[in-house]
Each structure stands twice: as C-alpha cells, then as structure tokens.
Design a protein around this ligand. Structure first.
Ligand code: C5P
Length: 405
C-alpha cells in the first residue's frame, strides 16, 4: 500500500555500523510511495557507499556543503525546504551532540539548522555511549526542541555489548514514518478498548482461559492512537508491548474487566469490546490448591455466568459511547453476527470466521466483515494492523455522519 505516497523524506546518515541498514530502509520507504533523498556525513561513507545509496534512492547523494555541482542542482537550503520529514538514521552520539550544540559544521548539521520541517532521530551507538550522561542530556535537549526520538532498541550490539543503543529496524522506522504522516482523523476523540483473554481462577494456582493473543485489540489501540485518539486499553494477560501513547490497565478476570470498563465507559466517545471474555467463571475459588483424590476419577467445577461487559456498556442510559463488538464464529457468521448486533444493542460488529486456518485467534492476519444497522463492509484477509486502520476509518465515518444527521 502506498502509505507514504508523495512524502518527501530526507534521510540523513551518520557514521555508525547501523548505516548498512539504510539501503533496506530507503527501499522500503520508496516501495510505500515516498521520495527519498540522502545526505551522508563523511563518517557514514566508511560504513555504506554513496553509490549504494544513490542506486537505491534514485538520486545522487549529498555529502558536502562545498560541492559546486550539488549546490547547482539542489542547494542545501533548497534541500532543507524540500523535505516533509528529515529522518536521521542512524543518529550517532556525535551527530546528536553536534545538533544539541546547534553546530553546522557539515552538510547534515547545516540542513538540520536550516530546515523548518519535522525532524526524527533514530539513535544508534554502543550502550555505554548511549547511557553516558552527556548523550542522555543531549537527547533530552533535542526532544525538548520537538525533535522526535525514535528508539533506540535494546539487544545485542555489533561491538558485542548487550543493552540499549541499537537502531530501530528498517521496518520499524518505516512504521514510525507511516504513523507520523497518518491523518489525525480521530483527534479529540477518546477510545476505550478491551483486549486479550480473561483468566477465571479455580484455585490459587489454576485458572480457565482461552487462546486469545490480544493482537487485534492491540492493533486497534495502535491504529486509534496513530489517528490521534486518546486511547485506553483494558487488557487481559498477553505478551504484547503497549503501543506508543496508549494508556494500559491490566486485569485478570472478567469481573475486574467489567469493573474497569464501567468506571471509564461514560467518559469515552467509543468503546470497542475486542477481548475474548470468559462467558462463565468458577462459582467458588478454592482457598487452597485443589488436591487430586485417589477415590474419584472425575471432578466438576460449578460455573456461573460472567457479566456481559459490552452489553452493559451498550445499555448505558447517559453518555453511552459508540459501541463496537467482535463476533468470532465457526458457522453462519453473518446470521450470528447480525443477531448479536441487535441483541447486544451495538452500533457495529466486526465478524470473523475462526474456523478458517490462518486467520482469527492468535494469528497475525484476519478477514472481517463489519455490520452496522443498515450496512456492511467486507475487509478481506490482511494483517491485523491494516484491518485495525480500516476499522478506525469506518468508526470515524460513523462518528462524523451521526454528527451531521
Ligand atoms: O457473546 P459473544 O462472546 O460471542 O460476543 C462477543 C462480543 O462480546 C465481543 O465484543 C466481546 O468482547 C464481548 N463480550 C463481553 N463480555 C462478555 C462476553 C463477550 O464484552 N462477557
């Protein structure tokens, strides 16, 4: 998808080993429709050649402020004005220090001073250099001046150390660029999302749960935040990181999720119930670990119904949010989804057929059909991240059309 169509990205490369990833980064940006022009410091050229960067970007690389030929084709001030985004990757400790000091002692730092476009820096250096107070203070200075700081990641480093200082991977930087340019369709809106499974305790060490990974709910939270919404996610136990700028509340059981949702729902414009909430919970939680018995081969657990969280939200009499549910079905998807839409009094339901391998529970991809009163839209098999964006666009349309009615 041409998610960066027409965007002009000035890629500034400084001299760190991660520079070798810039060819891949450039290709992936161009693949998404961006135009990329490359500026390199002298040190960067020790790690990747200007010829490589020219070949992948399709433009000559600029590396000197005193190059008459380069100045004649696109002068440094023109280049500074051309960019929609200046992306500094890798941004070494030295480049960061020079920018913090406001220096313009090479083409790249001069451009940084001369541009009024947004600038994002992706720090990359040895973990000790990154932790050094000087570097930390310089990064804080740049962040205070509104420079975006993307990364670093932590992990194994080229020098053999382990710790923070790895440049974000090319695709992570591409996603950061996409998020940065995303139209802020949901600015001013607040969205509450439930995600993941619930755990219903049997005794202090055992519980009943399900295979929900939380990926869809987290993708929704990420997409909503990228569209500018204020997002809170109420999450069952999952092994996923919290997306940027999303508030996260962790819960275990359906009752805890119900409590949190009901305390927050009226303060939100939209509620999305994406969690796989256990329908029943053990009637009693044993105080001590239940022991195996020698005399009986079976045991039974009495279960009681959990509150229907989304049903409670949809039944709110005042400040009811626009309410969106999910329906995972294994047969007659349309029939069951539509009946849930009506029975639970929802505004929209996202239905999927979980009997098809490779989509739904636990996978990265899914296909959905959105149903609302008076319409439907099919969203074919795609990554959950892409689907989440489509769902958010749809919610945006519904919110704006209900306002204009
Ligand atoms: O009734 P069913 O579980 O199929 O409905 C699925 C939808 O209802 C999802 O949006 C899910 O998050 C929500 N749900 C809920 N509370 C429950 C059960 C389901 O909010 N106890």
């Amino acid at each position: 998808m041409q998610t960066l169509a027409g965007k002009k990205i000035l890629l500034g490369i400084s001299g760190g080993i991660a520079a070798y990833k810039c060819a891949e980064l450039t290709r992936r940006l161009i693949e998404r429709g961006a135009e990329v022009r490359v500026v390199m410091t002298n040190a960067a050229k020790e790690f990747i050649t200007p010829l490589t960067m020219q070949a992948v970007s399709g433009h000559p690389v600029s590396d000197s402020i005193f190059d008459p030929a380069a100045e004649a084709s696109m002068g440094h001030i023109e280049l500074a004005k051309w960019a929609d985004l200046v992306l500094l990757a890798p941004a070494t400790a030295d480049l960061i220090a020079r920018m913090a000091a406001g220096m313009g002692n090479d083409l790249l730092t001069t451009l940084v001073l001369a541009t009024d476009s947004p600038i994002a820096a992706s720090p990359a250096m040895n973990q000790q250099m990154y932790s050094n107070v000087a570097t930390q203070e310089n990064i804080a200075t740049l962040a205070r001046r509104n420079m975006q700081i993307w990364g670093p990641a932590a992990g194994e480093q080229a020098c053999g150390d382990v710790g923070p200082g790895r440049m974000l991977e090319p695709m992570q930087l591409v996603e950061k660029c996409e998020a940065y340019f995303q139209p802020k369709l949901l600015a001013g809106k607040s969205i509450l999302i439930t995600a993941g499974p619930t755990r219903e305790a049997i005794d202090p060490v055992r519980y009943i749960s399900n295979h929900s990974s939380g990926k869809m709910g987290y993708a929704l939270a990420e997409a909503a935040a990228q569209y500018g919404a204020n997002v809170t996610i109420i999450s069952g136990p999952v092994s996923l990181g919290t997306p940027n700028s999303v508030n996260r509340i962790n819960i275990d059981s359906a009752q805890e999720m119900h409590e949190q949702v009901m305390s927050l729902a009226e303060k939100h414009d939209v509620f999305i119930g994406c969690a796989a909430v256990a329908d029943y919970r053990p009637a009693n939680i044993a105080e001590n670990k239940i022991k195996k018995t020698d005399d009986k081969n079976d045991m039974s657990i009495e279960m009681v119904k959990n509150p229907d969280i989304i049903g409670s939200v949809a039944a709110l009499k005042s400040n009811r949010p626009f309410t969106v549910g999910f329906a995972a079905e294994t047969q007659d998807v349309e029939k069951y989804a539509k009946s849930k839409l009506t029975k639970k009094n929802l505004d929209m339901i996202c239905a999927n057929d979980v009997s098809i391998e490779g989509q739904g529970f636990n996978s990265n991809d899914n296909a959905l059909t959105l149903y609302w009163h008076g319409g439907e839209q099919r969203l074919p098999l795609h990554s959950k991240k892409e689907l989440a964006k489509s769902i958010m666009q749809n919610i945006h349309e519904k919110l704006t059309s209900s306002k204009s009615e």
